[in-house]
Design a binder for this molecule. Structure first.
Ligand code: PEP
Length: 252
């Protein structure tokens, strides 16, 4: 049986003061010990150590928004390795967010390499896939997410992929206020699970599939009630402790 995960992607937002304030709020309202949902926050790199300290002893997990595909140390100025993220207390790391694919030219192959580096260091990668508005209009949604996920599946075997999380994030829904309908999201999630099943039935049954794209407390319950949606990757709404906590509580 899969459990639920709700992860808050803070993107490039925050300051030391804001991190303390936001985490205080999240710990107060989403940190209930009996919660059936794994909650995670994903602050910018420079605030990870501070966040780790504030979250210490809580049941809220920490994650990063990206990592370097290179394993080990070396001359990679500006990069942060998977081992470093694990060292400061990260459990999760986002890989292949559409903003990185579109604005920093990350290819499917690079996303697969980053996924491999994360898993090798014991991190749980949250691999993002999703189509643009034009791709949906052209009827290419399933072909796009298939290409993106297949790059990862071709590089890593089912055993290596244990613990990987996949987030379906339609690009047209990210930061736009337009959420995929539960039916639209479920259709893609079911397709992604079937793709995983071609690789391994066990992997398909155990992999958490998150929906991301303008999730709000008001839309979360219906999305999370879909059979193949196992939680959410939340951007804008994760910067408001009350709204984020309400999304976490939307899991019935
Ligand atoms: C995201 O950036 O992963 C995201 C889902 O953002 P938002 O919730 O703001 O659409």
């Amino acid at each position: 049986m899969r459990s639920y995960l709700v992860a808050g992607n803070w993107k490039m937002h925050g300051s030391q003061a804001r991190v303390s304030e936001l985490l205080e709020g999240v710990l107060e309202s989403a940190g209930a010990a009996e919660s059936p949902v794994q909650v995670a926050v994903l602050p910018p790199f420079v605030y990870l150590a501070q966040a780790a300290q504030l979250l210490s002893g809580s049941n809220i997990a920490l994650g990063a928004q990206d990592l370097c595909e290179q394993v080990g140390e070396g001359a990679f100025t500006g990069e942060v390795s998977a081992a470093m993220l694990a060292d400061v207390g990260c459990r999760y790391v986002v890989v292949g967010h559409s903003e990185r694919r579109a604005q920093y030219g990350e290819s499917d192959e690079l996303v697969a390499a980053k996924t491999a580096a994360a898993l090798q260091a014991g991190l749980l990668p949250i691999v993002c896939v999703g189509e643009t508005d034009a791709e949906r209009e052209a009827g290419d949604t399933l072909a796009v997410v298939s290409r993106q996920l297949s790059a990862v599946l071709e590089r890593l075997g089912p055993d290596e992929l244990r613990g990987v999380v996949v987030a379906y994030e339609p690009v047209w829904a990210i930061g736009t206020g337009k959420t995929a309908t539960p039916v639209q999201a479920q259709e893609v999630h079911a397709y992604l699970r079937a793709l995983l099943a071609e690789h391994s039935e066990e992997l398909a049954a155990s992999t958490q599939l998150l929906y991301g794209g303008s999730v709000k407390a008001a839309s979360a319950a219906e999305l999370f009630a879909q059979p193949d949606i196992d939680g959410g990757l939340v951007g804008g709404a994760s910067l408001d402790a009350d709204e984020f906590s309400a999304i976490c509580r939307a899991v019935s």
